[in-house]
Each structure stands twice: as structure tokens, then as C-alpha cells.
Design a binder for this molecule. Structure first.
Ligand SMILES: [Zn+2]
Ligand SMILES: [Zn+2]
Length: 173
């Protein structure tokens, strides 16, 4: 492929092109982002899937979305997660009446939980309850893989909602 002068620094030659504006952009001036970098979003905007961005397009179209995505991911790691087996403990938690997350395909149970948590943070909740994950074996010719699917409901949990098993209680007051 013919090398063209980078339109940002006008110095280096490159074969890279910005996925948004199509201008030539050298490696130093480009931001290169994994295609699945925004894959936890329920719908990934087209302009976030381009892979290569010139400096100007990254600053104006991508950097804010990326910062928001990273903040959401950090928050998702810290939200409370209750499985469907904790029905007793979580019976007082007011669940969202309108939202239930369902995901059919995921490579691991941990990732699936994180995807539910991420969605809950996006929707303004601090926890997920009734998390139900099913592992299904999938035969693929001679080898077997496992697919994880399941559902979760977002909720805003406060301490008063959680019923602790008496046998675990350290402070009887
Ligand atoms: Zn450059
Ligand atoms: Zn550009």
C-alpha cells in the first residue's frame, strides 16, 4: 500500500487512515482501539467501532465516550451482586419493575456478571439481584465448549433492605 503523509503532523508517512474522516494518520498521531473495546455497551455507536482514529477525531468523537466507558466499568466492579439463590436475603430489595437484562451468549460466568453490572450502572442502579447464570455445553465437532447465558434485574439496595442470616450476625443489636 502506498504511504501518504500524516495529516496531523505532516511529517511521518503512513498507510493508516482514520476510520471516521479517512485522513492519513501516522502511528504516533493515531489512537488505535480494539474493536471490542466498547463491547459492554448495549448498543455500540458505529463511530466507536472504527479501530483507528486520527488525533482530531479521537479528541472530538471518542475520548469522552471512552472515559465514560472506563468510569462505568470501574463502578460496575464495585456494585453489589446477589444471585437468584439469595432470594430470602434479598426479598426486601425493591427491584426495577421495568428492566431485566437477558444475555444469551458469553464466554465466562464472570464476564456475564460484569456485563449485567455494567448495564445496571449505566441505568443508574447500585446492584443486581436475581442473577441467574446457566452454563450450557456446546458440541462443536470433536471438541466441546461452554456457553454462559442468563438474566439479572437491577436494583438500588440500601443497608436496610438486606436481611442477614442471624447465624452470621456478629452484632446482636
Ligand atoms: Zn503523524
Ligand atoms: Zn479523523
Amino acid at each position: 500500500m502506498e504511504k501518504i503523509v500524516c495529516q496531523t503532523c505532516l511529517d511521518a508517512k503512513t498507510t493508516l487512515r482514520c476510520g471516521i474522516c479517512d485522513e492519513a494518520s501516522c502511528k504516533t498521531c493515531s489512537q488505535i482501539i480494539d474493536e471490542d473495546a466498547f463491547s459492554f455497551l448495549p448498543e455500540v455507536p458505529d463511530e466507536l467501532t472504527k479501530g483507528v482514529y486520527c488525533h482530531s477525531c479521537f479528541e472530538s468523537r471518542v475520548s469522552e465516550a471512552k472515559a465514560h466507558y472506563d468510569r462505568t466499568m470501574e463502578a460496575a466492579k464495585n456494585i453489589d451482586v446477589f444471585t437468584s439463590e439469595q432470594g430470602k436475603e434479598t426479598s426486601r430489595i425493591p427491584r426495577s419493575k421495568t428492566i431485566k437484562y437477558v444475555i444469551d451468549k458469553c464466554e465466562s460466568a464472570e464476564e456475564l456478571t460484569m456485563r449485567f453490572a455494567f448495564r445496571a450502572v449505566l441505568d443508574g442502579f447500585n446492584s443486581i439481584v436475581d442473577v441467574n447464570i446457566i452454563a450450557e455445553k456446546i458440541r462443536n465437532g470433536s471438541y466441546q465448549t461452554t456457553n454462559y447465558k442468563g438474566s439479572a434485574v437491577p436494583a438500588n439496595v440500601e443497608a436496610k433492605h438486606i436481611i442477614k442470616d442471624k447465624s452470621f450476625r456478629h452484632n446482636p443489636n
